[in-house]
Design a binder for this molecule. Sequence first.
Ligand SMILES: Nc1ncnc2c1ncn2[C@@H]1O[C@H](COP(=O)(O)OP(=O)(O)OP(=O)(O)O)[C@@H](O)[C@H]1O
Length: 204
Amino acid sequence: MELTVQDLACARGGVPVLEGVGFTLRGGRALLLRGPNGIGKTTLLRTLAGLQPPLAGRISAPPETMAYAAHADGLKATLTVEENLRFWARVFGTRGIDRALDEFALRDLAQRQAQNLSAGQKRRLGLARLLVTGRPIWVLDEPTVSLDTASVALFGQAVARHLRGGGAALIATHIHLGFEAEELDVTPFKAKPRALGHFDEAFA
Ligand SMILES: Nc1ncnc2c1ncn2[C@@H]1O[C@H](COP(=O)(O)OP(=O)(O)OP(=O)(O)O)[C@@H](O)[C@H]1O
């Protein structure tokens, strides 16, 4: 398993935000995306996950190899925690939700409807979904939002286990997650402003 990104350019709302992005992510490794608010980390992750087309460049791994977790948890509000996980297991064609329940401390909440979870519990359930996807590359956008210190630690341990199993993780985050990871600051890849349109000498 390897994700190689070459000379990638991506846009948001039709405006180029990043260009010339390149990196390699191998199985067993994590790469943390860094950079200031608005630089384009979400846009890059969305592009890699196949939610929007790149403007240019090459992504070696198809979206089907990636499990994407964004700011929205995508929970089914009226299904219980257990039903949500079983639903996703069916969607991704995998079996078993025990690891997901255990690794994200969701056993005691298994019969509670998602709509009745706290913000941090909802986030834990959204992240637990990663385990039932069975996909090797986790693409995560600010995964620790709403998580308390203990839950951040649970999440860090889940990622570390995923890496030890040969998986990979690409994570946009501003915090330290407690496992060894490389970092990529995307600031140098900020797209240059487009040249102004043809200068009309009539206004000179
Ligand atoms: N729907 C949209 N239409 C137009 N521009 C957008 C849209 N969504 C985001 N943008 C802009 O695209 C740029 C990149 O946004 P993006 O969300 O990728 O940044 P980010 O690095 O993830 O930021 P943050 O750290 O705040 O999450 C920003 O300037 C943002 O204002």
